[in-house]
Write a protein that binds this ligand. Structure first.
Ligand code: AMP
Length: 511
């Protein structure tokens, strides 16, 4: 019986030892090689003090080494924490502080980078996975249980501090067993990993491949920087399962690189993470009728996806939005209506709340935010039964499908990234010289015109390029406002004194 996610891999290593397990650029390892290496490297981590309950960040570009890091960390009875290689110092330091990490895994390239980025006084011990020579490759005895944490993923936090979502092994197993069964993924499949490893869509790719003994092909960072090149990559690598954010489908469509035979081997194209535009989906379905398209939905806090909608036919002319569908097995969805009651009635509109085995444990080291977002099921007080309040507004249609209507707060999706505008605002207001700053998002239909902007007033001398530099030191590049206007005067406000974000948007994005 599988209780820990690394056991998926070990079982496949027995069934298909010589099969390529993880491939990236021109590197690859077989199941047997990766199994042996990760056994030995897990021991190395334990020698360095990693133990049950440790959080172990790994900091490197996507590579075979990052896949091996994940396996080794899990095998050392600890939880992995992927760190974006482009993380600015403050964000990285905040994650190190929250996780109390004593060890960070690096590779040849990132070791140098880490030393430049993190001052020695606050830098944990670094272990270079690429400088390690495996010796004792025998299997380990695990002490972890399925309720222990497998990974912590950091998402944007509205108060300026990223939130570390804690996901236990049982949550991933519940999700992955369902995915492999629903999409009939087998060892004959070739699964692509497009999402960054610090984004939870990657959970689908990694573990559906490891469970079924399929080959996992990682889309490396340079390839991802030029999206149209993905078309030939998918063909060359003979990808059969491709999971991505909808913006990738939009960009590929616009690139005009798609040929009738580009997706010959693709069986499943699964989208999640943001709204799937109807027309984009329709164009793809017309071009590739042999592919099964699915819209999946879910926040990181419920382990990737809690609902899904498999397209049985192309969307009709009058279809306004592609449903996020029905709950997956063992997850339950409720709508909290305006009066605060929970319902599953057709026609209901309100915030989506989710319960089930895959609900996260909350945010590492942040009890207050956890209490706010994860509430006890109000229908009983007999056992711990958390509901995650998604902040997403939905409607239940007459087919029993949930429709995504938008957000109840200032969280946005931009280029597939989940961003709290409040986090950008906190960073902006922390810059010396800024007296006040408001951040807005131009959420227009044309994705190429979407942009984050800010209206700023200065207290002292500060140039826009200095401001930009300061923000780049604090925030990942995709969060830094690309349009900044300086305000000379008062901020527009609503009658109740709040910022009038509609008017601010007009000011920032006019011209
Ligand atoms: P993340 O935690 O990065 O996966 O982001 C979760 C958020 O992305 C959700 O709360 C939604 O706002 C949005 N989202 C995820 N999947 C979908 C979908 N299929 N359609 C619309 N929005 C989605």
């Amino acid at each position: 019986m599988i209780t820990l996610v690394q056991q998926y891999f070990s079982e496949s290593a027995q069934n298909t030892p010589d099969k390529p397990a993880i491939c990236c650029e021109d590197q690859s390892v077989t199941y047997l090689e990766a199994e042996a290496f990760s056994n030995a490297f897990a021991r190395e981590l334990q020698k360095a003090g990693v133990k049950r309950g440790s959080f172990v960040p790994f900091f490197m570009k996507k590579s075979v080494s990052s896949g091996l890091s994940i396996l080794s960390i899990l095998k050392a009875d600890s939880a992995y924490v992927p760190i974006d290689i482009n993380s600015p110092r403050q964000r990285f330091e905040s994650i190190l502080e929250t996780t109390q990490a004593e060890v960070v895994i690096v590779n040849n390239h990132s070791e140098v980078l880490l030393k430049e980025l993190i001052p020695e006084q606050v830098r944990p011990k670094t272990i270079n996975i690429e400088a390690f020579t495996p010796q004792d490759t025998a299997p380990l005895e695990y002490r972890n249980l399925s309720i222990d944490i497998a990974y912590v993923l950091f998402t944007s936090g509205s108060t300026g501090v990223p939130k570390g979502v804690m996901i236990p092994h049982k949550a991933i197993i519940d999700y992955i067993d369902w995915c492999v069964e629903t999409y009939h993924i087998t060892s004959d499949d070739v699964v692509a990993n497009h999402a960054p490893l610090y984004f939870d869509n990657s959970t689908f790719d990694i573990y559906t491949a490891f469970k079924s003994g399929a080959t996992l092909h990682l889309v490396h960072d340079e390839l991802n920087a030029v999206i149209p090149r993905l078309v030939s990559w998918i063909k060359e690598r003979e990808i059969s399962v491709f999971f991505c954010v909808p913006s990738v489908l939009t960009m590929l469509l616009k690139s005009r690189r798609l040929k009738p035979d580009s997706m010959d081997k693709v069986k499943h194209l699964i989208c999640a993470g943001e709204v799937l535009p109807r027309d984009v989906l329709d164009a793809w379905m017309e071009m590739y009728p042999h592919i099964q398209f699915t819209n999946m939905y879910g926040p990181t806090e419920i382990t990737v996806d809690c609902s899904y909608h498999i397209m049985q036919a192309r969307p009709s002319e009058d279809c306004l939005s592609i449903p996020i569908g029905k709950s997956r097995n063992n997850m339950e969805l409720f709508i909290r209506t305006e009066d605060g009651s929970l319902t599953q009635e057709v026609g209901a509109i309100g915030e989506l709340l989710v319960r089930g085995t895959s609900v996260a444990y909350g945010y590492l080291g942040d009890e207050e935010k956890t209490q706010k977002a994860f509430i006890q099921n109000p229908s009983h007080n007999i056992f711990h039964d958390p509901l995650y309040c998604t902040g997403d507004l939905v409607k239940l249609d007459e087919n029993g499908d949930f429709l995504f209507l938008g957000r109840a707060d200032d969280q946005i999706k931009y280029l597939g990234y989940r961003i709290e505008l409040g986090e950008i605002e906190s960073s902006l207001n922390a810059v010396a010289g800024v007296s006040e700053g408001v951040v807005v998002f131009n959420d227009c239909d044309d994705e190429s015109l979407r942009e984050i902007g800010a209206l700023v007033s200065f207290a002292s001398e500060l140039s826009l390029s200095e401001l930009n530099q300061e923000l780049n030191n604090r925030l990942p590049g995709y969060m830094v406002p690309t349009k900044v206007k300086i305000l000379d005067g008062e901020y527009p406000r609503t009658p109740n004194g709040k910022y009038d974000r509609k008017k601010i948007k007009q000011i920032v994005f006019s011209d």
